[in-house]
Design a protein around this ligand. Structure first.
Ligand SMILES: Cc1cc2nc3c(=O)[nH]c(=O)nc-3n(C[C@H](O)[C@H](O)[C@H](O)COP(=O)(O)OP(=O)(O)OC[C@H]3O[C@@H](n4cnc5c(N)ncnc54)[C@H](O)[C@@H]3O)c2cc1C
Ligand SMILES: *[C@@H]1O[C@H](CO)[C@@H](O)[C@H](O)[C@H]1NC(C)=O
Ligand SMILES: *[C@@H]1O[C@H](CO)[C@@H](O)[C@H](O)[C@H]1NC(C)=O
Ligand SMILES: *[C@@H]1O[C@H](CO)[C@@H](O)[C@H](O)[C@H]1NC(C)=O
Ligand SMILES: *[C@@H]1O[C@H](CO)[C@@H](O)[C@H](O)[C@H]1NC(C)=O
Ligand SMILES: *[C@@H]1O[C@H](CO)[C@@H](O)[C@H](O)[C@H]1NC(C)=O
Ligand SMILES: *[C@@H]1O[C@H](CO)[C@@H](O)[C@H](O)[C@H]1NC(C)=O
Ligand SMILES: *[C@@H]1O[C@H](CO)[C@@H](O)[C@H](O)[C@H]1NC(C)=O
Length: 579
């Protein structure tokens, strides 16, 4: 019986999760328009603002909303509005945008040179419109090490949380994971909290009780409508610098194109404190700096980009936290859940989990879970073998599965940091093209050690008494790592040997949890106030500035940083006006 069951599982690496809230999907989708938001085709050819924010993402929206309180702000976003799109709003549709490869999709797929398939946002609200919703603050030690003002950090998190963070409802499968973590010693039980504390907790979520997503775009509710203009489908091609009469190049404008390809220019109005702020994300920000002439000299020359400042560190320090997951088939039905419980271990591995069934059994609208090959997750073959053909085959195999194959859940581990880093380079001068990016997963032994310990922690959770109802007795953990039927769910290398094989499992089955960051790091490309080194009137504020991914998951801190820096920049502005 068990063997027959395995046949089903075979193809579904992905045993996808059907995600749904307690509302039915045909209820009206809440929609919203802001009086200050418009299609970039309607923008004048030339305009002037105190601040120009490039990228209306997870950091850019709270930043622009804050600055608009006391200054005029232009927010330029290459994508459209998230409102009224059920693919974004409904928890159930997680993955629908990630599998939509059209140019109008809110998600743009990219594949790193490592071979791992990944995604970046193209929509107002940025990746907060695509993500799994888990909301959790950075550790106090992280805040201390970065050197942020702790009081303002707390106030900024609270400002974000008032509009977009919620407590999830925990059901039986997530409870079993939580109790399993506690039973094996990932203690204490910290209950429900946004805080990052060692032990086991239930974190926040940006999905409300109806399963509706709230995003960074909602933070624009805080904006002063008279102080802000948000342009959609406004793709920034270049930051403009002037140099006459100043010791260093000064950023003073941008060139952007609307959806018809027409060129517009926006400039900073007169004022010593006015600035351009790049919040285009970990791929977009280093890419745009390079396209504007800030980057490694030889690389820019090779692309015929005229050099503004030779800045070899732009695009360096790119990292993506590796994610490895184990699918645990369950003999009894489980609830549908996304990340809710997290085990914060002392060795730098975070244990998270997601459960659910694919009731659609290949239905085109229902199999978009967090581990579905439809969204680019493919752990049945090592990264370098994740060809379009391999992906297509995995999707086909999954579509052939019976729904019984999807009963169960994934327990995953993400490592902190990571220590391994890579780099980003331009492929072309088109800002809409993906740059080439290399993350070097597990290059540093420390990262691999954390993965191995993480997998062994997952093993102990699966074997715990608390989890006993949700796994088949007859299945050893080793067999869970080695689900080789037509194509394996998880992948264990052939030469199993207690130490080396789990390491190989880590390397071969690595996926992304989409927490990639770096490229404009503090101390390398920007100073501690996020000002770009070597030029004036230009900052970068987003996940590209991180040395390490904050907390267990980054979005809370990215939104916090937008608010935090908005408050700091405004207070500097107001102080200088008084003096
Ligand atoms: C599928 C997925 C699941 C995730 N799950 C979680 C989770 O559960 N919890 C969590 O905490 N984190 C999660 N994350 C990570 C988190 O969402 C991101 O780290 C964070 O949102 C990044 O914010 P950012 O502001 O740096 O970039 P983004 O939010 O990507 O913002 C960049 C914005 O700039 C725009 N842009 C780029 N270039 C240009 C240009 N040239 N001109 C104009 N606009 C431009 C983009 O369209 C985008 O809107 C997930 C991410 C993804 C993709
Ligand atoms: C923006 O406006 C232009 C011109 O009216 C139109 O062609 C385009 O479709 C609009 N874009 C969107 C996505 O609404
Ligand atoms: C800044 O804006 C806030 C809110 O609009 C207002 O209360 C405050 O007076 C303004 N400060 C200055 C110096 O204009
Ligand atoms: C929603 O996602 C599906 C599947 O990717 C896609 O076909 C559809 O066009 C999307 N709808 C919207 C409104 O973006
Ligand atoms: C900030 O919040 C954290 C936890 O929420 C708390 O431990 C800390 O004392 C607070 N710090 C300040 C300076 O308020
Ligand atoms: C750069 O310019 C040279 C000379 O005009 C041209 O031959 C070369 O193809 C260009 N390279 C790129 C990458 O555009
Ligand atoms: C993995 O599964 C295959 C096929 O079922 C089997 O031949 C092999 O011995 C298993 N390997 C380990 C290490 O369990
Ligand atoms: C596992 O492999 C490593 C490296 O190849 C070797 O040093 C070790 O002795 C092996 N262990 C066992 C139990 O075979």
């Amino acid at each position: 019986m068990v063997l027959g069951f395995w046949r089903f599982l075979g193809a579904a690496f992905a045993a996808t999760l059907l995600l749904h809230g307690s509302c039915s999907s045909d209820e009206a989708i809440p929609t919203r328009t802001y009086s200050f938001m418009r299609n970039a085709t309607l923008a004048p050819l030339v305009s002037y603002y105190d601040y120009i924010v490039i990228g209306g993402g997870t950091a850019g929206c709270p930043l622009a909303a804050t600055l608009s309180q006391n200054a005029s702000v232009l927010l330029l976003e290459r994508g459209g509005s998230p409102y009224g799109n059920p693919n974004i709003t409904d928890l159930e549709a997680f993955g629908a945008p990630l599998s939509d490869l059209s140019l109008s999709s809110p998600s743009q797929r990219f594949i790193s040179e490592d071979g791992v398939i990944n995604a970046r946002a193209r929509v107002l609200g940025g990746a907060s419109c695509l993500n799994a919703g888990f909301y959790s603050r950075a550790a106090p030690e992280y805040v201390r090490d970065v050197g942020w003002n702790r009081k303002l950090v707390n106030e900024s998190y609270a400002w974000v949380e008032r509009l977009v963070a919620f407590e999830p409802k925990i059901q039986q499968w997530q409870s079993a994971v939580r109790d399993g973590l506690l039973e094996i010693g990932v203690v204490p039980n910290n209950g429900f909290t946004y805080d990052h504390i060692s032990g086991t907790k239930v974190g926040g979520t940006i999905f409300d009780q109806l399963g509706r997503r709230h995003t960074a775009a909602d933070l624009l509710e805080y904006a002063n409508p008279k102080g802000v203009t948000v342009l959609l489908y406004a793709s920034v091609h270049k930051i403009l610098f002037k140099r006459k009469g100043t010791p260093r190049p000064v950023a003073h404008g941008v060139v952007f194109r609307d959806s018809t390809g027409a060129k517009h220019r926006a400039y900073l109005s007169q004022g010593p404190k006015n600035e351009i702020i790049v919040s285009a994300g970990a791929l977009g920000s280093p890419q745009l700096l390079m396209l504007s002439g800030l980057g490694p000299k030889a690389h820019l020359q090779a692309h015929n980009i005229s050099l503004v400042v030779d800045q070899p560190m732009v695009g360096q320090g790119m990292s993506d936290n590796p994610m490895n997951a184990v699918f645990v088939p369950s003999p009894i039905p489980v609830e549908v859940s996304l990340i809710q419980v997290v085990g914060i271990t002392h060795f730098g591995s975070f244990i998270e989990a997601a459960s659910g069934e694919n009731f659609g059994g290949g239905s085109p609208t229902k199999d978009y879970g967090m581990f579905s090959p439809k969204i680019g997750q493919l752990a049945t073959v090592p990264p370098k073998q994740r060809t379009p053909e391999a992906l297509a085959k995995a999707i086909e195999d999954m579509n052939g599965l019976d729904k019984a194959a999807f009963q169960g859940g994934f327990i995953l581990e993400k490592i902190m940091g990571p220590v391994s880093t890579g780099h980003l380079e331009l492929r072309s001068r088109d800002p809409n093209d993906n740059p080439s990016v290399t993350f070097n997963y597990f290059q540093e032994p420390e990262d691999l050690r954390r993965c191995v310990e993480g997998i062994s922690t997952i093993e102990r959770v699966v074997d715990s008494k608390a989890f006993a109802n949700f796994k088949y007795d007859a299945m050893s953990f080793e067999s869970l790592l080695n689900l080789t039927v037509s194509s394996p769910v998880n992948l264990l290398p052939r030469h199993r040997n207690t130490t080396t094989s789990v390491e190989q499992f880590c390397r071969d089955s690595v996926m992304t949890i989409w927490h990639y960051h770096g490229g404009c790091q503090v101390g390398m490309v920007v100073d501690s106030e996020y000002r770009v080194l070597g030029v004036d009137a230009l900052r970068v504020i987003d996940g590209s500035t991180f040395n390490h991914s904050p907390g267990t998951n980054p979005q809370a801190t990215v939104m916090m940083l937008g608010r935090y820096m908005g408050v700091k920049i405004l207070s500097e502005r107001l102080t200088s006006e008084e003096s």
